[in-house]
Write a protein that binds this ligand. Structure first.
Ligand SMILES: NC(=O)CC[C@H](N)C(=O)O
Length: 400
């Protein structure tokens, strides 16, 4: 193999250059990639066959180590266009990555860097040569657990250091990880690309909608870039506010609608400050749409609760049934917590259900113009079946 071949770099091929240690004591050896050092996080597996760059840059993954079940990761390199963090220079907070096959030299006209260099630059510690099928079966059977990866090119990996890093990692439950990845200042997204304060970020992805756009305030809990593109393409002019924005600050912008973004960590912890804002917005009957963490925030705001799932949903082929139309959509998923449907109040009706495990995937309020979904209609990566939800939001604002 080229690129990450140990011998070509003068390393001792007989020694593992990376180790993955799980909280249950499972120790897996492999070849190191990306950043050197030790990093702990909650381990999950993602079953998508494409879109590794979007996955690794999705801020909802902050605090996690991602096992890719698709064996060939890195073959098409990385580029600036497929980044999902809004600020392409920012970190998504992903702690580590686990791959099966060696990463080859990139072979794609869009590639500007190879995955190894990029992981190094992002500070993501990774391991290859892992039996990801066995690891996935373990996580699926025993549930999500904490893990740690150590990477040292000379093979000197101190297992005591791995254990101590693992012991210090608090896990995801009870953790508000939104401040790690969310915007700290208001910014606008429009035709020229980004108005990120103090940063000249290239890339004119946004397009100013034709006619008179709907004015949307998007609350950034760890917003994905493609959500902004989808809102804009559906006819919205988007202003992004930090996660701690109050209802007064949101309403002062007199928005046609409020969007609640995806994001990392335990929704209950973020709900502490997000819920009062959302309740203030709902009180004024401003149309509201939430995705993933935003769905969980809307549920919490109407009095429902969320719970940690066994191993979560992370992939690009999850069937979800729309309970209103009876249609099935194939969706992109990335969540480790779920809304407990038994706790939904009378004014919240369940609109979507996972056909993998029956968990709640959507709700709408019967007395307010508000709805949300657990899956990712913006995809990136994944199927586009659920794009209609962006248009539903625009229609809801139009009907106001
Ligand atoms: N993609 C997301 O918004 C994830 C939401 C939440 N952090 C969860 O794991 O359930």
């Amino acid at each position: 193999m080229t690129g990450q071949d140990a011998a070509s770099r003068g390393w001792d091929e007989t020694r593992p250059t990376a180790k993955l240690l799980l909280a249950d004591g499972t120790l897996i050896e492999g070849e190191g990639l990306g950043a050197e050092g030790v990093a702990a996080g909650e381990i999950c597996f993602n079953t998508a066959m494409t879109g590794y760059e979007e996955i690794l840059t999705d801020p909802s993954y902050a605090g996690q180590i991602i096992t890719f079940t698709f064996p060939h990761i890195g073959n098409v390199g990385v580029n600036d266009d497929d980044v999902e963090t809004v600020n392409i220079a920012a970190s998504s907070g992903v702690r580590g990555a686990v791959f099966a096959a060696d990463v080859t030299e990139p072979s794609n006209w869009r590639a500007t860097r190879d995955l190894d260099q990029w992981l190094k630059a992002k500070g993501i510690v990774a391991i290859t040569g892992v039996d990801t099928r066995a690891l996935t079966a373990l996580v699926r059977e025993n549930g999500a657990q904490n893990a740690v990866i150590g990477h040292a090119p000379d093979g000197e990996i101190d297992e005591a250091a791995l254990k101590s890093e693992l012991a210090q990692f608090a896990g995801l439950e009870g953790q508000d990880l939104v401040p790690l990845v969310a915007a700290t200042q208001r910014y606008g997204w429009d035709e020229g690309g980004w108005a990120w304060p103090g940063l000249d970020v290239p890339g004119a992805y946004g397009r100013r909608p034709e006619g008179s756009p709907k004015r949307v305030v998007a609350i950034d809990y760890g917003l994905k870039r493609n959500i902004l593109r989808m809102l804009t393409e559906a006819g919205c002019e988007v202003t992004v506010l930090p996660p701690t924005a109050t209802a007064e600050e949101v309403l002062a912008l007199d928005p046609d609608g409020v969007f609640l973004s995806n994001g990392p960590g335990d929704p209950a912890a973020t709900g502490v400050y997000a819920v009062p804002m959302i309740q203030g917005v709902l009180e004024k009957k401003v149309p509201t749409f939430g995705i993933c963490l935003g769905h969980q925030m809307l549920a919490l705001a109407v009095g429902a609760t969320t719970a940690k799932m066994h191993q979560g949903h992370h992939g690009a082929n999850h069937p979800v049934k729309d309970m209103i139309t009876g249609k099935v959509e194939i969706t992109s998923m990335n969540h480790g917590f779920a809304v407990d449907r038994a706790t939904l109040p009378d004014n919240a009706r369940e609109t979507h259900v996972s056909l993998f495990d029956g968990s709640n995937c959507g709700l709408e309020l019967t007395d307010r113009p508000a709805f949300s979904v657990q899956h990712h209609p913006e995809a990136s990566p994944g199927p586009q079946d659920s794009h209609y939800l962006f248009h539903r939001f625009v229609e809801m604002m139009g009907a106001r």
